[in-house]
Design a protein around this ligand. Structure first.
Ligand SMILES: Nc1nc2c(c(=O)[nH]1)N[C@H]1C(S)=C(S)[C@@H](COP(=O)(O)OP(=O)(O)OC[C@H]3O[C@@H](n4cnc5c(=O)[nH]c(N)nc54)[C@H](O)[C@@H]3O)O[C@H]1N2
Ligand SMILES: Nc1nc2c(c(=O)[nH]1)N[C@H]1C(S)=C(S)[C@@H](COP(=O)(O)OP(=O)(O)OC[C@H]3O[C@@H](n4cnc5c(=O)[nH]c(N)nc54)[C@H](O)[C@@H]3O)O[C@H]1N2
Ligand code: SF4
Ligand SMILES: [Mo]
Length: 682
């Protein structure tokens, strides 16, 4: 038979934890995924995808580390010795262990230990939530691992109303990119910024590292990490001194101005210079640009949220356009959260009504400690890790591993591939990738709704997450129809078809060859303070947040420094080789990861470019390869996140250096960047 004849190109969508949610063209031959390319179905991603997906996805789906059948641990925990078992046996083992633990301690002894590896609505959280809610298992507050700080900061200012879709930066004449590695983390914003500059607009990058986009910008503010709140509030005070605030806009749309400005005026120019490590000249130059701008947009990544003062930094940055009247027009405002416009119905999909009131809730970042807590009542006797690689991605890796290594803990796991976390499990269930199942996709960085169908059959004996939990629910005797809903039903549950832009189209009937753009309710592009109204209690932009005052003592943003007890701050943002830890087992991620150091720091320590070094603090030690470059600030080290244990001689990654007891000012988030270390040659 002619091989080419079997070659098909089928539409799909990228499910990875990435703001862009690209539409894809999957090339398939004889049931095998042979290539992944961009498609134009989604006009925002417009046929362009990142290198890692193009290079590694076929291997992720069909390569050596793919999990193709259920496994049972036969050696000591962590030895990697597993034996193949049948699905029936695997489900029996999990049922027996969970049921025995529940008899002994009650259902809260069971922990679903999941995060957001796949971002499709079904794969990300659907039947699994129904299963664990019905069981009465311990619940998990997942946001503190990522996103809760940025999301909470945004919601405290604008409520849960959609912000500016990224494409609107084409209408801006000034864009501030703030704590966001555009070309790596959300690459489709980069060409739009280029276009904006071509039309005469200015681009300012606020980032401790000279990231790629900072090489083509008008001003790079190489700020000291975790100090953005001082910079943003200092700017607010400076613009007030210049009489450059828009009092008419403030009168119409802002509440909490006086309380906010009282705090902002506390941050003098001298403090900005000293705390942020920025010169007065740079500070004034940014203020000049803001003062001159007609349409300023500010785009915030997650970089800022990873420090103690992260929530305050994000809020203060997000408040700046409101003070200067940069809302209510195309190209003016805050680029964030436009995906909120997607009519998802997660309470219905997740079966929120099944939650047992009063069930305990754990902060995901506490688990290293909680898994080892002998006084916990009930203890965590059994857990299931899925959609997550906690060993590679949590702070305080040493304690997390210790907790997971407990011999009396029963650990079930599910993933597409063998990972550092799966390697510690007692029973592993092979999960299908989204190329093998149906799903619907909103996005967290843009405003298109998409659907995808399977393009290949399930590889080996793997099953979609939905089917895994349908089978588990059946094994546990949960016989309500809600536990038998098929994927079409789940897609219908996931989306509110009554939304004006869907014209009654159900989730399962959404087109697969085009993306649906979510707009304002009047059918026009979304514009805050014009056709989108802040969804705050006051209906205005709120500069004071009573909830944050009550819960955290941060009614207005405020700088709250952490004492630095080692010479370097190490920051660990996105890598272009991985999405978090996904693809961490593939070719480009083998061997030592690099750590960047400023030439002055390297000279002081007599360290040369290319040297193998140990980066350490009281929590752990990691081996990395030194890259000497002035792209990073003196005193700041830079090493990408998501490496796997095998890359370091110590069997630990940079996450072993990150404390879990330092938390962000709001939402108890992980403070990845409050990590202080020393470096020595290996
Ligand atoms: N040092 C440091 N650590 C960090 C951060 C940092 O800034 N610095 N950032 C944090 C951030 S932003 C995040 S979001 C977390 C993320 O932490 P994780 O959620 O643990 O990371 P991921 O690698 O995105 O996804 C987890 C797993 O999902 C699996 N997966 C991928 N696709 C599918 C699929 O289709 N089906 C199924 N069933 N599984 C799939 C992958 O194989 C992977 O093992 O890490 C955090 N860790
Ligand atoms: N290729 C790739 N893309 C990804 C991911 C990935 O792992 N790889 N992860 C995805 C996920 S889960 C997320 S949450 C997003 C995260 O992606 P981004 O929103 O881009 O966040 P980070 O990569 O954590 O950091 C972004 C930038 O913030 C800078 N930064 C660090 N600390 C500070 C600070 O205190 N102030 C300021 N102003 N800047 C600071 C860093 O130097 C970095 O350049 O990306 C998503 N996209
Ligand atoms: S990881 Fe992000 S940029 Fe890459 S294909 Fe997926 S959605 Fe697109
Ligand atoms: Mo994230």
């Amino acid at each position: 038979m002619n091989k080419q004849a079997n070659k098909k190109t089928l539409p799909s969508v990228c499910p990875l934890d990435c703001p862009d949610t690209c539409s894809l063209n999957a090339q398939v031959q004889d049931g095998t995924l042979i290539a992944v390319k961009g498609s134009k179905a989604n006009p925002y991603t417009d046929g362009v995808i990142c290198n890692k997906v193009a290079r590694y996805y076929p291997d992720f789906v069909h390569g050596q580390s793919r999990l193709t059948h259920p496994l049972k641990r036969v050696g000591p925990r962590g030895s990697g010795d597993f034996e193949r078992i049948s699905w029936d046996e695997a489900l029996d083992l999990i049922h027996e262990a969970f049921a025995a633990a529940i008899v002994k301690y009650g259902p809260e002894t069971i922990l679903p230990f999941n995060y957001a590896g796949p971002h499709g609505e079904l794969g990300g959280g659907s039947m699994d939530r129904r299963f664990f809610y019905n069981m009465g298992a311990t619940m998990l507050n997942r946001g503190p691992l990522c996103g809760a700080v940025r999301g909470g900061a945004y919601a405290s200012v604008f409520g849960n109303a959609p912000g500016m879709p990224p494409v609107q930066v084409l209408h801006s004449d000034l864009v501030l990119i703030w704590g966001n590695n555009v070309t790596v983390s959300n690459l489709h914003l980069a060409p739009l910024l280029k276009e904006m500059r071509k039309k005469g607009g200015k681009l300012v990058i606020i980032d401790p590292k000279r990231i790629k986009i900072a090489e083509q910008c008008d001003m790079h503010i190489q700020i000291r990490p975790n100090t953005d709140v001082v910079f943003a509030m200092g700017l607010a005070a400076e613009l007030e001194r210049r009489d450059a605030l828009d009092h008419a806009f403030i009168g119409d749309w802002v509440v909490g101005f006086d309380t906010y400005m009282a705090q902002a005026r506390d941050y003098s120019l001298e403090q900005v210079e000293e705390i942020c490590g920025i010169s007065a000249k740079e500070f004034h130059a940014v203020a000049d640009l803001i003062q001159a701008a007609k349409n300023m947009a500010c785009s915030f990544g997650n970089g800022i949220e990873r420090g103690r003062s992260g929530g305050s930094g994000l809020r203060a940055g997000m408040i700046l356009p409101a003070l200067t009247g940069h809302h209510g027009r195309l190209g003016a405002g805050v680029v964030a959260k436009s995906g909120v416009a997607t009519p998802k119905n997660q309470p219905r999909l997740h079966g929120d009504h099944l939650m047992k009131p009063g069930t305990r809730v754990f902060n995901i970042v506490d688990l290293g400690m909680l898994l080892q807590d002998d006084t916990l009542e009930p203890p965590i006797a059994a857990a299931m890790i899925y959609n997550h690689n906690p060993v590679a991605t949590h702070p305080d890796q040493v304690n997390l591993i210790k907790g997971l290594m407990r011999e009396d803990l029963f650990l079930a796991g599910s993933d597409v591939v063998m990972t550092d976390s799966m390697a510690l499990c007692d029973v592993i269930l092979p999960a299908s990738s989204h190329f093998e199942h149906n799903d619907v996709f909103g996005a967290y960085g843009q405003n298109y709704l998409q659907r995808a169908e399977p393009v290949i059959p399930c590889v080996g004996e793997s099953l979609p997450n939905t089917e895994i939990f349908r089978r588990l629910a059946a094994r546990f005797g949960y016989d309500d129809p809600i536990f038998k809903a098929d994927d079409a039903q789940l897609m219908d549950d996931a989306i509110n078809s009554g939304h004006p832009q869907l014209n009654g189209i159900k989730g399962s009937a959404l087109p697969v060859d085009k993306a649906i753009e979510m707009k304002a309710l009047n059918g026009e592009q979304m514009i805050m303070c014009q056709n989108v109204i802040p969804a705050t209690p006051s209906g205005k932009i709120e500069l004071f947040c009573q909830d944050y005052e009550d819960r955290f003592g941060f009614g207005v943003p405020r700088y709250d420094p952490v004492l630095q007890d080692r010479p370097f701050v190490i920051i660990t943002p996105s890598s272009d080789k991985r999405t978090n830890a996904t693809f961490g087992g593939h070719a480009a991620s083998q061997g030592l990861e690099m750590v960047e150091m400023h030439p002055l720091d390297a000279a002081e320590r007599g360290l040369n470019d290319g040297a193998k070094v140990t980066v350490f603090n009281d929590l752990g030690k990691v081996t990395l390869q030194l890259k000497v470059t002035d792209a990073t600030r003196p005193g700041v080290l830079y090493s990408p996140k998501g490496t796997w244990r095998a890359t370091s001689d110590t069997g630990l990654t940079v996450n072993a250096l990150i404390p879990s007891d330092v938390r962000t000012d709001i939402e108890h988030g992980a403070a990845y960047h409050e990590t202080f270390v020393e470096v020595k040659p290996c």
